[in-house]
Design a protein around this ligand. Structure first.
Ligand code: GLO
Ligand code: MG
Length: 343
């Protein structure tokens, strides 16, 4: 019997509903209140941006940073929660406006590395050895603005400095092809794991696959996961859903394409993912139209749909699968999958 899945999300997944065309529509919920939602909704771990744990991280001394991160760890312990990872939020700082690690200005590149080292220190204080790097602004609006060859070298160089800074920390790159930039330098897990091999310690550079990001890249999320799993490098996931090629929607897992969601669960099951001790992260967003009192349902529904799909994967008739594959009757296999999903 495999271990149970453990679930996580980030405080940004409970939000006030602002979008590029309109202001917030729900009241702000304090971090402390959000923490209370975790156990209530059946979640085990918190995904942190560095400044979720230590606000205004750049303005804090090392001593303040250590003290505030330790206080956050105490808060987590009190709630029976753990930190899954810390991600440096470089993309909100004015200095990172044109990228951090790939900025043309060497001083900005240094700031991005230094800020991420501090995020590593926060991760240690919170008791996690996993960093996530969503390389939000590491890309271009126009090709001519950067030298892409240099940009890849800069990213490997930044990783090297981080790997040296902490000899035990693991770095999971979260690929995304676009948004906020027109073109991101690391759009797929293939790119991420190739960059791992440009570093001094490839074994400590892996990936986090987000459903919507893979779909935006025109790829199948379960295959992206499989690619990382094949080298033991799927260190987290951001499950959600996406309705076609448009802005990153972060919809409830399985709400658009149930078959695609089923296949993501299937690949995690085939890999024995729960036994790795890694978490199922849900990077989902409530619809803007959702009333404040119901603005957590995207999280509980995503988890419920995930668990229903685990049951579906586990109860799929293996003999039918075997026969269909032996006879190369994929029409029959397809119908069997659909009938099973229709239940
Ligand atoms: C946005 C990303 C974002 C990251 C998070 C962790 O498209 O998915 O939500 O996952 O900031 O770095
Ligand atoms: Mg994400």
């Amino acid at each position: 019997m495999s271990r149970d899945y453990r679930f996580s999300f980030g405080p940004w997944n409970i939000s006030e509903g602002a979008d590029p065309f309109g202001p917030t529509v729900r009241p702000t919920i304090s971090f402390a209140e959000k923490l209370g939602a975790y156990k209530r909704l059946g979640f085990d771990a918190v995904q942190f941006h560095d400044d979720d744990a230590v606000p205004n991280v750049d303005d804090k001394s090392d001593a303040q940073l250590a003290q505030e991160a330790a206080a956050m760890k105490t808060l987590l312990d009190g709630e029976g929660l753990v930190a899954e990872f810390v991600a440096p939020r470089l993309w909100e700082d004015p200095r990172g406006i044109d990228g951090g690690f790939t900025a043309n200005d060497p001083a900005t590149r240094q700031w991005a590395i230094d800020r991420t080292k501090r995020a590593v220190d926060i991760a240690n204080a919170l008791g996690t050895k996993l960093m996530v790097l969503w390389l939000a602004r590491e890309g271009t609006y126009i090709r001519e603005s950067k030298n892409a060859i240099d940009a890849y070298k800069y990213q490997a160089d930044a990783l090297n400095q981080l790997l040296e800074h902490d000899k035990e920390m693991e770095f999971a790159i979260e690929p995304k092809p676009n948004e906020p930039m027109d073109h991101a330098y690391v759009p797929t897990i293939g790119h991420a794991l190739a960059i791992a091999h440009l570093t001094v310690d490839p074994a400590r550079v892996g990936g986090l696959i987000e459903t919507a990001h893979a779909l935006l890249a025109g790829l199948d999320p379960s295959d992206e996961m499989a690619f990382a799993l094949a080298s033991g490098k799927l260190w987290s996931v951001h499950l959600n859903d996406q309705n076609g090629l448009k802005f990153d929607q972060d919809k409830t897992f399985g709400s658009v394409n149930l078959r695609c969601a089923y296949n993501q669960v299937r690949i995690l099951e085939l890999a024995g993912y729960p036994d790795t001790g890694r978490f199922i992260g849900l990077d989902v967003k409530a619809m803007r139209s959702q009333k404040a009192e119901d603005a957590e349902k995207h999280l509980s529904n995503s988890k419920a749909i995930f668990l229903r799909l685990v049951e579906k994967v586990r109860t799929f008739p293996k003999d039918v699968e075997r026969q269909c594959i032996e006879q190369r009757d994929y029409e029959a296999l397809e119908l069997a999958v659909i009938e099973h999903l229709l239940g």
